[in-house]
Write a protein that binds this ligand. Structure first.
Ligand SMILES: Cc1ncc(COP(=O)(O)O)c(C=O)c1O
Length: 407
Protein backbone atom coordinates (compact mmCIF):
# COMPACT_ATOMS: atom_id res chain seq x y z
CA UNK A 1 0.00 0.00 0.00
CA UNK A 2 1.44 3.34 -1.05
CA UNK A 3 1.64 6.15 1.48
CA UNK A 4 -1.25 8.59 1.51
CA UNK A 5 -0.35 11.95 0.02
CA UNK A 6 -1.90 14.85 1.90
CA UNK A 7 -2.69 18.28 0.51
CA UNK A 8 -0.32 20.22 2.76
CA UNK A 9 0.82 18.31 5.85
CA UNK A 10 2.85 19.84 8.69
CA UNK A 11 6.60 19.90 8.15
CA UNK A 12 8.68 20.46 11.25
CA UNK A 13 12.07 22.09 10.86
CA UNK A 14 13.91 20.35 13.68
CA UNK A 15 14.24 23.21 16.18
CA UNK A 16 10.67 23.05 17.47
CA UNK A 17 11.22 20.39 20.14
CA UNK A 18 14.15 22.35 21.57
CA UNK A 19 11.92 25.40 22.07
CA UNK A 20 9.11 23.24 23.47
CA UNK A 21 11.65 21.71 25.87
CA UNK A 22 12.62 25.18 27.04
CA UNK A 23 8.97 26.00 27.65
CA UNK A 24 8.62 22.85 29.76
CA UNK A 25 11.83 23.53 31.68
CA UNK A 26 10.65 27.00 32.55
CA UNK A 27 7.23 25.54 33.56
CA UNK A 28 5.42 28.21 31.54
CA UNK A 29 2.71 25.79 30.46
CA UNK A 30 0.27 28.64 30.20
CA UNK A 31 -1.55 30.92 27.78
CA UNK A 32 1.25 33.47 28.04
CA UNK A 33 4.96 33.45 28.77
CA UNK A 34 8.37 34.23 27.31
CA UNK A 35 7.87 32.02 24.22
CA UNK A 36 4.76 33.99 23.28
CA UNK A 37 6.61 37.30 23.73
CA UNK A 38 9.56 36.06 21.67
CA UNK A 39 7.34 34.57 18.93
CA UNK A 40 5.45 37.86 18.60
CA UNK A 41 8.70 39.83 18.39
CA UNK A 42 10.36 37.47 15.91
CA UNK A 43 7.25 37.19 13.75
CA UNK A 44 6.90 40.99 13.68
CA UNK A 45 10.55 41.34 12.68
CA UNK A 46 10.12 38.76 9.92
CA UNK A 47 7.02 40.31 8.35
CA UNK A 48 8.07 43.91 9.01
CA UNK A 49 5.01 44.94 11.02
CA UNK A 50 5.50 46.82 14.27
CA UNK A 51 3.23 44.99 16.74
CA UNK A 52 1.86 41.46 16.98
CA UNK A 53 -0.53 39.53 19.21
CA UNK A 54 -0.32 35.72 19.13
CA UNK A 55 -3.71 34.09 19.52
CA UNK A 56 -5.45 30.73 19.31
CA UNK A 57 -6.39 30.92 15.61
CA UNK A 58 -6.55 33.11 12.54
CA UNK A 59 -10.30 33.33 13.04
CA UNK A 60 -9.73 34.71 16.55
CA UNK A 61 -7.23 37.25 15.18
CA UNK A 62 -9.80 38.51 12.66
CA UNK A 63 -12.46 38.69 15.35
CA UNK A 64 -10.22 40.82 17.56
CA UNK A 65 -9.38 43.18 14.69
CA UNK A 66 -13.03 43.71 13.81
CA UNK A 67 -13.95 44.17 17.46
CA UNK A 68 -11.30 46.83 17.82
CA UNK A 69 -12.56 48.63 14.73
CA UNK A 70 -16.01 48.77 16.26
CA UNK A 71 -17.74 46.52 13.74
CA UNK A 72 -21.21 45.88 15.13
CA UNK A 73 -24.91 45.44 14.54
CA UNK A 74 -26.14 47.03 11.33
CA UNK A 75 -22.65 47.51 9.86
CA UNK A 76 -21.36 46.08 6.63
CA UNK A 77 -17.91 44.61 6.01
CA UNK A 78 -16.64 43.96 2.48
CA UNK A 79 -14.86 40.62 2.06
CA UNK A 80 -13.56 38.41 -0.74
CA UNK A 81 -16.13 35.89 -1.84
CA UNK A 82 -13.45 33.42 -2.93
CA UNK A 83 -12.05 32.51 0.44
CA UNK A 84 -12.27 30.23 3.45
CA UNK A 85 -15.04 31.06 5.89
CA UNK A 86 -12.73 31.60 8.90
CA UNK A 87 -11.98 35.16 7.78
CA UNK A 88 -15.67 35.93 7.37
CA UNK A 89 -17.41 34.37 10.39
CA UNK A 90 -16.08 37.13 12.71
CA UNK A 91 -18.17 39.61 10.67
CA UNK A 92 -21.20 37.55 11.61
CA UNK A 93 -20.04 37.14 15.23
CA UNK A 94 -20.23 40.92 15.45
CA UNK A 95 -23.76 41.03 14.04
CA UNK A 96 -22.61 42.79 10.88
CA UNK A 97 -23.47 41.90 7.30
CA UNK A 98 -20.78 40.62 4.91
CA UNK A 99 -20.71 42.02 1.38
CA UNK A 100 -18.95 39.52 -0.85
CA UNK A 101 -16.86 41.00 -3.65
CA UNK A 102 -15.88 38.92 -6.66
CA UNK A 103 -12.27 38.26 -7.61
CA UNK A 104 -10.25 39.42 -10.60
CA UNK A 105 -8.82 36.90 -13.04
CA UNK A 106 -5.23 38.16 -12.76
CA UNK A 107 -4.72 37.22 -9.12
CA UNK A 108 -7.95 35.44 -8.08
CA UNK A 109 -8.20 38.03 -5.30
CA UNK A 110 -10.67 40.81 -4.57
CA UNK A 111 -11.34 42.80 -7.75
CA UNK A 112 -10.22 46.40 -7.07
CA UNK A 113 -12.52 47.73 -9.80
CA UNK A 114 -15.63 46.16 -8.26
CA UNK A 115 -14.42 47.28 -4.84
CA UNK A 116 -14.09 50.86 -6.02
CA UNK A 117 -17.50 50.86 -7.71
CA UNK A 118 -19.21 49.47 -4.64
CA UNK A 119 -17.45 51.90 -2.30
CA UNK A 120 -18.48 54.79 -4.55
CA UNK A 121 -22.08 53.57 -4.53
CA UNK A 122 -22.10 53.12 -0.75
CA UNK A 123 -20.48 56.52 -0.19
CA UNK A 124 -23.24 58.08 -2.30
CA UNK A 125 -25.85 56.31 -0.18
CA UNK A 126 -24.09 57.28 3.06
CA UNK A 127 -23.47 53.70 4.12
CA UNK A 128 -19.74 52.97 3.81
CA UNK A 129 -18.56 49.62 5.23
CA UNK A 130 -16.82 49.54 8.60
CA UNK A 131 -13.90 47.60 7.10
CA UNK A 132 -12.66 45.85 3.96
CA UNK A 133 -11.27 42.35 4.43
CA UNK A 134 -9.51 41.10 1.28
CA UNK A 135 -8.02 37.60 1.32
CA UNK A 136 -4.53 36.76 0.07
CA UNK A 137 -5.72 33.61 -1.65
CA UNK A 138 -3.57 30.48 -1.48
CA UNK A 139 -0.65 32.65 -0.43
CA UNK A 140 -0.93 35.26 -3.17
CA UNK A 141 -1.23 38.88 -2.10
CA UNK A 142 -4.23 40.79 -3.34
CA UNK A 143 -3.51 43.91 -5.37
CA UNK A 144 -2.48 45.90 -2.29
CA UNK A 145 -1.54 49.04 -4.19
CA UNK A 146 -5.01 49.47 -5.66
CA UNK A 147 -7.00 48.08 -2.73
CA UNK A 148 -5.20 50.35 -0.26
CA UNK A 149 -5.52 53.41 -2.49
CA UNK A 150 -9.25 53.08 -3.03
CA UNK A 151 -10.00 52.24 0.62
CA UNK A 152 -7.86 55.12 1.81
CA UNK A 153 -9.73 57.53 -0.44
CA UNK A 154 -12.96 56.56 1.35
CA UNK A 155 -11.36 56.35 4.81
CA UNK A 156 -12.24 52.68 5.21
CA UNK A 157 -9.73 50.51 7.13
CA UNK A 158 -8.32 47.37 5.50
CA UNK A 159 -7.78 44.20 7.51
CA UNK A 160 -5.99 41.72 5.29
CA UNK A 161 -6.87 38.07 5.69
CA UNK A 162 -3.32 36.84 5.11
CA UNK A 163 -4.07 33.55 6.90
CA UNK A 164 -2.57 31.60 3.98
CA UNK A 165 0.14 34.09 3.11
CA UNK A 166 3.00 33.83 5.62
CA UNK A 167 6.12 34.31 3.51
CA UNK A 168 4.27 35.92 0.57
CA UNK A 169 5.34 39.29 -0.77
CA UNK A 170 3.98 42.03 -2.96
CA UNK A 171 5.74 44.74 -4.86
CA UNK A 172 5.14 48.26 -3.79
CA UNK A 173 4.02 50.73 -6.49
CA UNK A 174 6.21 50.69 -9.60
CA UNK A 175 9.35 52.79 -9.26
CA UNK A 176 9.07 53.30 -5.52
CA UNK A 177 12.02 51.95 -3.63
CA UNK A 178 10.43 52.02 -0.23
CA UNK A 179 7.20 50.73 1.21
CA UNK A 180 4.88 51.92 3.97
CA UNK A 181 7.15 50.43 6.63
CA UNK A 182 10.35 51.55 4.95
CA UNK A 183 11.39 47.98 4.33
CA UNK A 184 12.09 48.00 0.63
CA UNK A 185 10.38 47.25 -2.65
CA UNK A 186 9.07 43.76 -1.91
CA UNK A 187 6.89 43.88 1.19
CA UNK A 188 5.50 41.03 3.19
CA UNK A 189 1.80 40.22 2.98
CA UNK A 190 -0.17 42.46 5.31
CA UNK A 191 2.33 45.33 5.44
CA UNK A 192 0.60 48.69 5.05
CA UNK A 193 -2.85 47.44 6.09
CA UNK A 194 -4.52 48.67 9.26
CA UNK A 195 -4.10 45.10 10.50
CA UNK A 196 -3.28 41.69 9.08
CA UNK A 197 -4.30 38.23 10.15
CA UNK A 198 -2.15 35.10 9.83
CA UNK A 199 -2.95 31.46 10.56
CA UNK A 200 -0.74 28.65 11.84
CA UNK A 201 -3.38 25.97 11.38
CA UNK A 202 -2.09 22.45 10.72
CA UNK A 203 -2.26 22.71 6.93
CA UNK A 204 -0.57 26.13 6.61
CA UNK A 205 2.92 26.79 5.28
CA UNK A 206 4.18 26.95 8.86
CA UNK A 207 2.11 25.59 11.70
CA UNK A 208 1.93 25.63 15.47
CA UNK A 209 -0.69 22.82 15.35
CA UNK A 210 -3.23 25.63 15.59
CA UNK A 211 -2.86 29.33 16.19
CA UNK A 212 -2.93 32.76 14.66
CA UNK A 213 -1.31 36.19 14.71
CA UNK A 214 -2.78 39.65 14.53
CA UNK A 215 -0.23 42.18 13.28
CA UNK A 216 -0.47 45.94 12.98
CA UNK A 217 1.68 49.04 13.02
CA UNK A 218 -0.92 50.51 15.35
CA UNK A 219 0.33 49.69 18.85
CA UNK A 220 -2.97 50.66 20.45
CA UNK A 221 -4.88 48.24 18.23
CA UNK A 222 -2.60 45.38 19.26
CA UNK A 223 -2.67 46.34 22.95
CA UNK A 224 -6.47 46.37 22.89
CA UNK A 225 -6.62 43.08 20.96
CA UNK A 226 -4.29 41.51 23.53
CA UNK A 227 -6.50 42.68 26.33
CA UNK A 228 -9.66 41.41 24.60
CA UNK A 229 -7.93 38.06 24.01
CA UNK A 230 -7.53 37.63 27.79
CA UNK A 231 -11.14 38.17 28.88
CA UNK A 232 -10.62 41.95 28.75
CA UNK A 233 -9.15 42.03 32.25
CA UNK A 234 -8.36 45.49 33.52
CA UNK A 235 -4.85 46.12 34.74
CA UNK A 236 -5.65 45.78 38.44
CA UNK A 237 -5.00 42.98 40.95
CA UNK A 238 -8.62 41.99 41.37
CA UNK A 239 -10.53 40.73 38.33
CA UNK A 240 -12.29 43.71 36.84
CA UNK A 241 -13.97 43.93 33.45
CA UNK A 242 -15.38 47.02 31.77
CA UNK A 243 -15.86 45.28 28.40
CA UNK A 244 -16.46 41.74 27.23
CA UNK A 245 -13.47 39.80 25.95
CA UNK A 246 -12.53 36.30 24.86
CA UNK A 247 -10.16 33.51 25.79
CA UNK A 248 -8.09 33.71 22.60
CA UNK A 249 -4.48 33.93 23.77
CA UNK A 250 -1.84 31.58 22.33
CA UNK A 251 -0.24 29.18 24.81
CA UNK A 252 3.45 29.34 25.61
CA UNK A 253 3.97 25.74 24.42
CA UNK A 254 2.30 26.44 21.07
CA UNK A 255 4.38 29.60 20.60
CA UNK A 256 7.51 27.47 21.10
CA UNK A 257 6.53 25.41 18.04
CA UNK A 258 5.98 28.65 16.14
CA UNK A 259 9.48 29.91 16.92
CA UNK A 260 10.95 26.73 15.49
CA UNK A 261 8.81 26.96 12.37
CA UNK A 262 9.68 30.58 11.77
CA UNK A 263 13.30 29.52 11.34
CA UNK A 264 12.42 27.55 8.20
CA UNK A 265 9.80 29.78 6.57
CA UNK A 266 12.03 30.98 3.72
CA UNK A 267 13.05 27.38 2.95
CA UNK A 268 9.38 26.39 2.90
CA UNK A 269 8.44 29.19 0.49
CA UNK A 270 11.29 28.23 -1.78
CA UNK A 271 10.22 24.59 -1.84
CA UNK A 272 6.54 25.47 -2.36
CA UNK A 273 7.54 27.55 -5.35
CA UNK A 274 9.66 24.70 -6.74
CA UNK A 275 6.68 22.35 -6.31
CA UNK A 276 4.53 24.80 -8.29
CA UNK A 277 7.18 25.09 -11.01
CA UNK A 278 7.42 21.31 -11.23
CA UNK A 279 3.67 20.98 -11.76
CA UNK A 280 3.72 23.87 -14.22
CA UNK A 281 6.53 22.34 -16.29
CA UNK A 282 4.59 19.07 -16.57
CA UNK A 283 1.00 20.28 -16.84
CA UNK A 284 1.29 23.84 -18.13
CA UNK A 285 1.22 22.76 -21.77
CA UNK A 286 -1.59 20.21 -21.42
CA UNK A 287 -4.68 21.38 -23.34
CA UNK A 288 -7.43 22.41 -20.93
CA UNK A 289 -5.18 22.72 -17.87
CA UNK A 290 -4.34 26.15 -16.46
CA UNK A 291 -2.43 27.19 -13.35
CA UNK A 292 -3.14 29.95 -10.85
CA UNK A 293 -1.56 33.10 -12.33
CA UNK A 294 1.00 35.25 -10.54
CA UNK A 295 0.88 38.92 -11.55
CA UNK A 296 4.12 40.90 -11.75
CA UNK A 297 3.49 42.60 -8.39
CA UNK A 298 3.10 39.29 -6.55
CA UNK A 299 5.57 36.81 -5.14
CA UNK A 300 3.20 34.14 -3.87
CA UNK A 301 4.28 31.64 -1.24
CA UNK A 302 2.47 29.08 -3.46
CA UNK A 303 0.98 27.56 -0.32
CA UNK A 304 -1.11 25.39 -2.62
CA UNK A 305 -0.60 24.75 -6.32
CA UNK A 306 -3.97 25.24 -7.96
CA UNK A 307 -4.92 24.17 -11.46
CA UNK A 308 -8.02 24.88 -13.50
CA UNK A 309 -9.57 22.20 -15.64
CA UNK A 310 -11.53 22.99 -18.78
CA UNK A 311 -13.47 19.77 -19.16
CA UNK A 312 -14.07 20.07 -22.87
CA UNK A 313 -10.48 20.86 -23.81
CA UNK A 314 -8.92 18.43 -21.33
CA UNK A 315 -11.30 15.52 -21.73
CA UNK A 316 -12.14 15.06 -18.05
CA UNK A 317 -13.59 17.28 -15.35
CA UNK A 318 -12.12 18.72 -12.17
CA UNK A 319 -14.10 16.12 -10.22
CA UNK A 320 -12.90 13.28 -12.46
CA UNK A 321 -9.33 14.23 -11.56
CA UNK A 322 -10.07 14.67 -7.86
CA UNK A 323 -11.81 11.31 -7.65
CA UNK A 324 -9.10 9.51 -9.60
CA UNK A 325 -6.48 10.92 -7.21
CA UNK A 326 -8.63 9.99 -4.19
CA UNK A 327 -8.73 6.39 -5.41
CA UNK A 328 -4.92 6.44 -5.26
CA UNK A 329 -5.04 7.85 -1.71
CA UNK A 330 -3.96 11.27 -2.94
CA UNK A 331 -5.73 14.24 -1.41
CA UNK A 332 -6.78 17.05 -3.76
CA UNK A 333 -9.46 19.64 -3.03
CA UNK A 334 -11.76 21.87 -5.05
CA UNK A 335 -11.01 25.59 -4.86
CA UNK A 336 -12.86 27.21 -1.93
CA UNK A 337 -16.59 27.33 -2.51
CA UNK A 338 -17.37 31.06 -2.80
CA UNK A 339 -19.00 32.58 0.26
CA UNK A 340 -21.99 33.87 -1.69
CA UNK A 341 -22.83 30.28 -2.68
CA UNK A 342 -22.72 29.02 0.91
CA UNK A 343 -26.20 28.07 2.16
CA UNK A 344 -25.53 29.80 5.50
CA UNK A 345 -25.47 33.18 3.72
CA UNK A 346 -28.55 34.44 1.92
CA UNK A 347 -28.63 37.57 -0.21
CA UNK A 348 -32.45 37.49 -0.33
CA UNK A 349 -32.98 38.12 3.38
CA UNK A 350 -32.35 41.30 5.37
CA UNK A 351 -32.64 39.83 8.88
CA UNK A 352 -31.03 36.80 10.48
CA UNK A 353 -33.59 34.03 10.08
CA UNK A 354 -34.09 30.38 10.88
CA UNK A 355 -35.10 27.93 8.17
CA UNK A 356 -37.60 25.08 8.43
CA UNK A 357 -34.86 22.76 9.73
CA UNK A 358 -33.84 25.16 12.50
CA UNK A 359 -30.67 26.38 10.79
CA UNK A 360 -29.80 30.02 11.08
CA UNK A 361 -29.28 31.96 7.85
CA UNK A 362 -27.38 35.22 7.68
CA UNK A 363 -28.04 38.08 5.28
CA UNK A 364 -25.27 39.06 2.89
CA UNK A 365 -24.83 41.05 -0.28
CA UNK A 366 -22.92 40.00 -3.37
CA UNK A 367 -21.03 42.16 -5.86
CA UNK A 368 -20.38 40.19 -9.05
CA UNK A 369 -19.54 36.57 -8.31
CA UNK A 370 -19.22 34.97 -11.74
CA UNK A 371 -15.42 34.75 -11.74
CA UNK A 372 -15.33 33.07 -8.34
CA UNK A 373 -18.07 30.66 -9.43
CA UNK A 374 -16.09 29.66 -12.51
CA UNK A 375 -12.90 29.15 -10.49
CA UNK A 376 -14.82 27.05 -8.00
CA UNK A 377 -16.23 24.92 -10.80
CA UNK A 378 -12.88 24.39 -12.52
CA UNK A 379 -10.28 24.81 -9.79
CA UNK A 380 -8.43 22.00 -8.07
CA UNK A 381 -5.79 22.29 -5.33
CA UNK A 382 -3.09 19.70 -5.84
CA UNK A 383 -0.95 18.20 -3.08
CA UNK A 384 1.65 20.85 -2.31
CA UNK A 385 3.44 19.65 0.80
CA UNK A 386 7.05 20.70 1.20
CA UNK A 387 7.78 17.09 2.21
CA UNK A 388 6.73 15.77 -1.20
CA UNK A 389 9.49 14.23 -3.30
CA UNK A 390 9.73 14.61 -7.07
CA UNK A 391 8.62 10.96 -7.32
CA UNK A 392 5.46 11.85 -5.37
CA UNK A 393 4.86 14.75 -7.75
CA UNK A 394 5.45 12.49 -10.77
CA UNK A 395 2.88 10.03 -9.42
CA UNK A 396 0.29 12.80 -9.13
CA UNK A 397 1.15 14.28 -12.53
CA UNK A 398 0.94 10.85 -14.19
CA UNK A 399 -2.56 10.31 -12.78
CA UNK A 400 -3.70 13.72 -14.03
CA UNK A 401 -2.17 13.29 -17.48
CA UNK A 402 -3.67 9.83 -17.86
CA UNK A 403 -7.15 11.34 -17.71
CA UNK A 404 -6.52 13.81 -20.52
CA UNK A 405 -8.12 13.51 -23.95
CA UNK A 406 -4.84 12.64 -25.63
CA UNK A 407 -3.84 10.00 -23.07
C1 LIG B 1 -8.25 32.47 4.05
C2 LIG B 1 -8.37 31.98 5.47
N1 LIG B 1 -8.91 32.80 6.39
C3 LIG B 1 -9.01 32.43 7.66
C4 LIG B 1 -8.57 31.20 8.11
C5 LIG B 1 -8.78 30.85 9.52
O1 LIG B 1 -7.62 30.52 10.20
P1 LIG B 1 -7.70 29.51 11.44
O2 LIG B 1 -7.99 28.15 10.90
O3 LIG B 1 -6.35 29.61 12.07
O4 LIG B 1 -8.78 30.01 12.34
C6 LIG B 1 -8.00 30.31 7.18
C7 LIG B 1 -7.46 28.99 7.50
O5 LIG B 1 -7.76 28.15 8.17
C8 LIG B 1 -7.92 30.69 5.83
O6 LIG B 1 -7.42 29.86 4.90
Amino acid sequence: MKNRIFLSPPHMGGQELGFVGQAFESNYIAPLGPMVDAFEREFGDYVGIGHCAAVSSGTAAMHLALRHLGVGLGDEVFASTLTFIGGVTPVVFQGARPVFIDCERDSWNMDPVLLEEELARCAGAGCLPKAVVPTDLYGQCCDYGRVFAVCESYGVPVVVDAAEAVGARYRNAEGESDGPSGSGLWLHAGVGARAAVFSFNGNKIITTSGGGMLASDDGELIAHARKLSQQAREDVAHYEHVEIGYNYRMSNVVAAIGRGQLGVIEERVQRKRVVFDYYEAALGGVPGIGLMPEPGWSRSNRWLTVITVDEEAFGASREDIREALAREDIEARPVWKPMHLQPVFDARITQVSVDSKGRTRYPCRVVGGGVAEELFEKGLCLPSGTVLTNQDLDRIIDRVEALGAKA
